[in-house]
Write a new protein. Sequence first.
Length: 171
Amino acid sequence: MITEEYITIAAAQKLIKEGWEIILVHPPDGQGPFTIPKPPQNKAIERASNHPDIVAIKKEYERIKIILVECKVKKCDLKEDIEKFKNLANNPDQLYYICFRCQKFECGPELGVDYDELSTKSASELPIEFAFAYQENTGSLELPTTISGFPCQEFSFTETEISPHSTTSME
């Protein structure tokens, strides 16, 4: 049976093959270390933070990019994730926080953003992208190509690409 975990692993493997460095993979229903605080909530049952399924970083043409990925087995189940990314893209504090968490620091990883430089830019100029991953042929939901000016990617995987036997390692 294909689960969200297999979609998440397949998406992480795809990103690695494309030269992205994975900062985190957040397991389904888990509490990952990369949390993005939300503004005060109106509903007591709503989470106080966002937890992307994958956060990755890549240097391309001397520019660092950050991608946040949400994964579902069924494409039609990504509707809430689209709304999550829309809310995130329209909240500058959360966008700057993502960059803050991905900054380069002394004695840290070599790949990271220059947060001091980014903090002087408009939130719309931040190097953030969004992506949605799912098993192909699992719904007709139209996914956006941009959200508030930020690029969006779509990763669909065949059952063969996400079978438990093809996603055993994230080399």
